[in-house]
Design a protein around this ligand. Structure first.
Ligand SMILES: [Zn+2]
Length: 226
């Protein structure tokens, strides 16, 4: 069985943690899961037997050579997966330690192997595609807002898009902030209706991060600068 795993450097040494409780019949299956980032753990008879690591450096197209481990480097718990070249280019002001793949296996307590380049390429392609599609959707919603926000059916679509894609919320915030004062007056009932319909998480984000848009969408503004 296989599961998604995260390689961490929480206490200055490499460790791994299982992401989620889903188990899959193949590593390919796990790589396709959106939550999978960096590593897949293989299990046999209930014990972890192998960590399969993404084939490429997280900063450049070169292959993974190891992990940069250290405190104060990144708040993120994930260990930095790098090629030897990128590892050298990180300023040595932080307390950092380079762990190559052989050493990594010793620290992690399970053999480590790289995923095939083809598999990683496919996963990267899928992720890139998702990002491009999400951006496209956000741009479309944002650029149609002025003309379409008065249409209840359009608002329903925009709300549905915002629920599945946080970039749409940013698109809406930008488009609403770009409206002229006269347009805001004309469109206010529709804007407030859109604000009421937005998913709670989106509304909360606008209230704290998009003050102008939040006010124009009839949402309360939190914090200074509203
Ligand atoms: Zn690199």
């Amino acid at each position: 069985m296989f599961s998604a795993a995260l390689i961490t450097d929480r206490n200055g040494s490499l460790d791994w943690t299982v992401v989620g409780c889903a188990r899959f019949g193949s590593a390919e299956h796990v790589w396709r899961e959106p939550a999978t980032d960096g590593a897949v753990l293989r299990w046999e008879d209930g014990s972890p037997v192998e960590l399969i690591v993404e084939a490429y450096c997280c900063r450049c197209p070169a292959g993974t050579d190891g992990f940069l481990v250290g405190t104060g480097f990144d708040d993120d718990l994930a260990a930095m997966r790098l090629c030897a070249g990128c590892a050298l280019s990180v300023p040595s002001t932080e307390m950092l330690r380079w762990v190559d793949l052989d050493q990594a296996a010793a620290e992690l307590g399970v053999p480590v192997r790289l995923a095939s380049g083809a598999m990683t390429d496919q996963v990267r392609g899928d992720r890139l595609m998702r990002t491009v599609l999400d951006d496209l959707e956000a741009t479309l919603v944002g650029s149609n807002l002025r003309e379409r926000v008065a249409d209840p059916q359009w608002r329903e679509q925009a709300v549905r898009a915002a629920a599945g894609n946080p970039r749409v919320v940013v698109g809406i915030a930008d488009a609403v902030a770009d409206l002229g004062d006269g347009e805001v007056l004309d469109l206010y009932p529709a804007l407030a209706e859109l604000g009421r319909q937005l998913p709670r998480a989106a509304a909360r984000w606008l209230e704290s991060s998009g003050h102008v848009a939040a006010a124009r969408l009839g949402l309360p503004c939190l914090g200074a600068g509203a």
